[in-house]
Design a protein around this ligand. Sequence first.
Ligand code: GDD
Ligand code: MG
Length: 328
Amino acid sequence: MQAIVLVGGEGTRLRPLTATIPKPALTLVDRPFLAYMIEWLAIHGVTEVVLACGFLPDVLRETLGEGEHGGVRLSYVTEPERRGTAGAIRFAADALGDRLEDRFLALNGDVLTDLDLTALLAAHERWDSRATLALYGVEDSAAFGLVRCDGDGAVLEFTEKTGEPAPGEVNAGAYVLARSVLDLIPAGKEVSIEREVFPLLVETDLHGLRLDGYWMDIGTPERYLQATWDILEGRVRTQVRPTAPGLLVGAGAEIASAASIGPRAVVSAGCSVGAGAEVRNSVLLEGCSVGADVRLTNSVLSAGVTVEDGATLSGAVIGQDEIVRAQS
Ligand code: GDD
Ligand code: MG
């Protein structure tokens, strides 16, 4: 099974974490965000992933590597200019050429999820559909694609971003597509699958299957932290092995015996935490140095940050290699 993963967005709401690193390459707990997606796809039989890149494609390539990741064949394509969600799928599909299979998966690359794609593929076959969407139930559908189906899973209406804060079933950003869907996407143009393609398939050729499980967009610092604890406390199925529930201390991290870490914390490889420091509900990415008597709560430190002795940070998001001084 082949999968096209859309990773062309800029992740602006996660700045400064994503100032130099595209969101899919950002470390979440102990691996790049996109590694979770690839591992999830592999569980459901995907053997080849094409990453449709836009922003900072080289960083993505350096982070995830060329050729293969966890038994999945990986390749990268970069659109010459912004193509939109459907245009990017078309561009990646064209790059696969004759090797593209008759049906394939297409996914938004910005959610952490363990939804049952095997069930989605089975439903697609059963319905003999052209496009089958994974749906997820939410309390506030305003910022998503709201989907209304009949009792047999046929999509009657697809409305992208209603702006109405009503509960409903939304597009989870995981699709099974028949190759013929590509005929509806003109090449070389910016095209939105949500606004321009799905509406053409509604009623006859578009189905939706509601799936339960974990599903979260990690687009803001609050959600990035929540996803961290969800992984470390086992609310989402991943391959991460916590040090203790809610806690991960990476290899080679040096924590002074008089420091207090947790209950929820990530102290990545190569970090040091000084005596008397307190790290609570916070994430330290690789190689951070936290001085003596520092108080850190609900904060995220990008790789290589230095926090000087005695500083206090609460709800802070610090960019790569910055130095935080104590207020005098
Ligand atoms: N390669 C490429 N090129 N990727 C793109 C482009 C593009 O031009 N535009 C967007 N993407 C990628 C983004 O990086 C992201 O992974 C995915 O496509 C979806 O784009 P977002 O900008 O994150 O859309 P959204 O979150 O507002 O809405 C989408 O996702 C929701 C679920 O999270 C829609 O698909 C909604 O219908 C859906 O409910
Ligand atoms: Mg999104």
